[in-house]
Design a protein. Structure first.
Length: 334
């Protein structure tokens, strides 16, 4: 699979569009590129790199002969079509939650558990867009000091819920600016000028997002018993998920030791000069691949405690870039 025939399923969506950009930026080798979406997009033209492509409604027939299919079209589409790709000898790299907890399907953040890829049987899952930066920042601390407990509160961008919520947020901004009444159709609350600790399906007392982030982070870190607490929150930001993270380590680190470990870790950019007002923000990280980490300090509220804050582009490292990194590893055979 040196120059694969590639399909992007969900090419008209927020993550799919970013995927096309990342493939082009990284000069991903392709013999051919097929753009697929729902029936609504049949015939739509989309620019990918230097060429324009016509989008087709996804079907098993159009996935025949595909070596590598990126799925960014939700769980139902992945469940329906990813097995076809795998059966025909190709590999499906799926962004949805459909296969993330399937023990037969590796769940991969390349900087953390690339070796899990070796076990794939034609489907590879990408973690959730918060679980990726969370696992990325916890893994070096786990390796250096051991993890005992993690507490986390998230600040998640509208694009995590798809392009429709971004459009709704933009409209609400305009409505508020012109003293019109903003409306919420895509989300249960007006997001502009607001902070919403919900909007996901509930599973008991937890949001589905909270359940997913905990399960997937544990799986990527290979720490099934790691004690984790999380509240997921949607904020009026278009792109860039952030989180405040509090960690109880097995061995004492101190702010300085933790900072040095995170500075040396792959995929992370330290932005940590709070006195100079330099710390991670979603605006600064949007459009880039590294997860920004800062506000690293001792947490006096817990034994061997460390606190930090991260921001990562949820469409890039949280979705597209992670998927393309996985594909690059598949191509290199490492
Ligand atoms: P379409 O544009 O035709 O609706 P986002 O996450 O930004 O909302 O984007 C979702 C992506 O998934 C879009 O490309 C969308 O295509 C695609 N999609 C949604 N439902 C289906 C489906 N049933 N089959 C194929 N693609 C789908």
């Amino acid at each position: 699979m040196k120059r694969p025939v590639v399909a992007v399923v969900g090419a008209t969506g927020a993550a799919g569009g970013t995927l096309l950009r990342v493939l082009h930026e990284r000069c991903f080798p392709m013999a051919d590129l097929r753009l697929l979406a729902s029936e609504r997009s049949e015939g739509v033209r989309v620019v990918a790199g230097e060429s324009e492509h016509v989008v087709h409604a996804v079907s098993d027939a159009l996935l025949r002969g595909i070596d590598l299919a990126f799925f960014a079209a939700g769980s139902a589409t992945a469940r329906k079509h990813a097995p076809t790709v795998a059966r025909d000898g190709g590999v499906a790299v799926d962004k949805s939650s459909a296969y993330r907890m399937d023990p037969e399907v590796p769940l991969v953040v390349p900087e953390v558990n690339a070796e899990a890829l070796h076990t794939h049987r034609g489907i590879v899952a990408n973690p959730n867009c918060v679980a990726i930066p969370l696992a990325l920042t916890l893994a070096p601390l786990q390796q250096a000091f051991g993890l005992r407990q993690v507490t986390c509160a998230t600040y998640q961008a509208a694009s995590g819920a798809g392009r429709d919520l971004v459009a709704e947020l933009r409209q609400q901004e305009r409505d508020d600016a012109s003293d019109a009444e903003p409306h919420a159709r895509v989300y249960p609350h007006v997001l502009h000028g607001n902070v919403v600790p919900g909007g996901w399906r509930m599973i008991g007392d937890d949001t589905e997002e909270e359940v997913k982030v905990i399960a997937e982070t544990r799986r990527v870190l290979d720490a099934p018993d790691l004690a984790m607490s999380i509240t997921t929150v949607r904020v009026p930001v278009a792109v860039g998920h952030s989180a405040a993270v509090f960690v109880e380590l097995v061995r004492d680190a101190g702010g300085e030791d933790a900072r040095e470990v995170l500075r040396a870790a792959p995929g992370i950019l330290l932005v940590d000069e709070p006195a100079a007002q330099r710390y991670p923000t979603p605006r600064a990280v949007a459009g880039t691949d590294a997860v920004h980490v800062g506000r690293i300090r001792r947490d006096p509220g817990r034994e061997n405690g460390i606190a930090f804050f991260f921001s990562g582009d949820n469409l890039r490292k949280g979705a597209a870039t992670n998927a393309v990194q996985v594909a690059e590893l598949l191509l290199s055979g490492d």
